[in-house]
Write a protein that binds this ligand. Structure first.
Ligand SMILES: [Zn+2]
Length: 119
């Protein structure tokens, strides 16, 4: 299995293993112009495609920078970059509970917290 290398495009941070799994899962999602949260580190994924460019990734610290970047570059193309949080943690299927981790931000809605599934 090839494994993807994800890097924050602003600081070269790399995700922890669990977040890496979340990010890998978003790679196969076929979407156009959508934000996704990758838990538990709460990275932000931008699914561009087409006129919105390649997928982009940002760590929790720089997710705001990514949003600003996208709005600057693609904001004129359509409404997708202007979407406001909360963003889904996955697209096209129901959320699967990962380990609930408090990020100390106090602003995220815990909608991805459901009954944990045994592995
Ligand atoms: Zn970063």
């Amino acid at each position: 299995m090839a494994s993807y290398i994800f890097r924050c495009q602003f600081c070269d941070a790399q995700p922890d293993p669990l977040t890496q799994v979340s990010l890998e899962r978003t790679v196969v999602e076929v979407t156009f112009g959508a934000y996704v949260d990758a838990m538990p580190e709460k990275w932000l994924v931008w699914h561009g495609h087409g006129p919105y460019g390649p997928p982009r990734y940002a760590c929790a610290e720089h997710r705001g920078d990514l949003v600003a970047y996208l709005r600057h570059h693609y904001g004129a193309i359509g409404p997708h970059p202007w979407k406001r949080p909360p963003y889904p943690t996955q697209l096209g299927r129901s959320d699967r509970a990962e380990r609930p981790v408090s990020l100390g931000e106090g602003s995220s809605m815990p909608r991805w917290r459901k009954t944990p599934e045994p592995e």
